[in-house]
Write a protein that binds this ligand. Structure first.
Ligand SMILES: Nc1ncnc2c1ncn2[C@@H]1O[C@H](COP(=O)(O)OP(=O)(O)OP(=O)(O)O)[C@@H](O)[C@H]1O
Length: 354
């Protein structure tokens, strides 16, 4: 039985809040997502104080949705309608300022967005390593971690310092491994889940693009959140993107989502520069046997179908994972993966996009 958003909303609207209202009309339910019987949503408490006493309500909401026929799994997260998190005397988030709706950072020659349909396919890993490889090739590289809900670049670059803001307006980015780096994750405690509403998120993105002192850059890479949400839409509409790269694993489910990301870029008229297949296979370090753990050929087939280049096929590699966790991207070294990323960087430079 197919579960619909309406059925879930109807179940939630039968719950009563202490003031007699129901959570749907009181607008407490956010980010409601229903997919194959799996329901996820956020209960947004009006204040941090209220959030402390709303756990029983969250549990009741979860139970009510679990009782909807066809629901297999429910996950409800309780969050407070947080005030805009404070950067060093800077107010992050907030609505976009209409007078400044273009978001092109001055002094940046090329802006390339790196997206994926599905989470966890290695988009951030590819972005960090490509940034390092381009920097090693002599390019002036910036990397913006726009994955506001799951920023990982600070960890991948081993930076924990907060960016300074001497005048409370501009933000001085950090530099790590030759890359100028900015992430919303650098402005917030690492363990803080950021659940922002669309307009606040867009305000933060605008600040990241226009208030960060990126300086003169040959290329700014943007590590997008997975999927096709507000960030992609805003960047596609308000930034002159040179192009986008889509990362996918060969797995069918990843490729199905990657196609959606490709469609979204097409409808935003953002040129797709190519696809990158990550975790394409695993080569046994002892016997050399190649196992296609996530399947084979799917990304290449899609690239061919769309007439796009497959820019790289990167294997599952232990050093890649260890380097990411240790804050030293594998592209800094001189092993096979560093060579693969150097080739990718070179291909982009030869192609004239950087
Ligand atoms: N080629 C690879 N070989 C081994 N491990 C990898 C590889 N690529 C990525 N990983 C590991 O997979 C995990 C997920 O990667 P990553 O965070 O880059 O994915 P993502 O698509 O950016 O995810 P998110 O949706 O959270 O943004 C990380 O632990 C990373 O180190």
């Amino acid at each position: 039985m197919t579960v619909t958003v309406e059925a879930v909303k109807a179940a939630l609207s039968r719950l009563a809040l202490p003031d007699g209202n129901d959570p749907i009309s009181a607008d407490l339910i956010r980010a409601l997502n229903v997919e194959d019987g799996v329901v996820r949503f956020v209960v947004e408490a009006p204040s941090a104080e209220m959030a402390k006493v709303m756990e029983p309500f969250r549990a009741a909401a979860e139970a009510a949705v679990r009782a909807v026929p066809g629901v297999r799994q429910v996950s409800a997260v309780l969050t407070a309608h947080a005030p805009a998190p404070k950067a060093p005397s800077l107010k992050m988030g907030g609505h976009m300022k209409p007078q400044e709706t273009r978001m092109n950072p001055p002094g940046v020659k090329s802006i390339i967005a790196i997206g994926s349909g599905k989470g966890g396919v290695g988009k951030s890993t590819v972005s960090s390593n490509l940034a390092v490889a381009l920097a090693r090739a002599g390019k002036r590289v910036g990397l913006l971690d726009a994955d506001i809900h799951g920023p990982s670049q600070p960890r991948m670059f081993g930076v924990t310092k907060r960016p300074a803001s001497p005048d409370g307006k501009t933000i001085i980015p950090l530099v790590a491994h030759g890359v100028t780096l900015m992430s919303i994750g650098l402005m917030l405690p690492e363990d803080k889940a950021v659940i922002w509403r669309g307009p606040m998120l867009m305000g933060a993105l605008q600040q990241m693009m226009t208030q960060v002192q990126w300086g003169e850059l040959d290329v700014l890479l943007i590590d997008l959140p997975p999927g096709t949400g507000d960030v992609q839409l805003t960047l596609g509409q308000k930034t002159d993107l040179t192009g986008a790269i889509v990362v996918s694993t060969p797995q069918d489910v990843a490729m199905i989502d990657a196609k959606k990301a490709l469609d979204a870029f097409a409808s935003l008229k953002v040129p797709v520069l190519g696809l990158i297949e990550n975790m394409s296979m695993f080569k046994c370090p002892d016997c050399g046997f190649e196992a296609h753990i996530f399947g084979e050929g799917g990304v290449q087939a899609e690239a061919t179908r769309l007439g796009l280049p497959l820019l790289a096929a990167l294997p599952i590699d232990l050093d890649t994972r260890l380097g990411g966790d240790a804050g030293r991207p594998v592209a800094l070294g001189d092993g096979n993966m560093a060579k693969a990323y150097a080739q990718l960087a070179d291909r982009m430079i030869q192609g004239g996009v950087v």
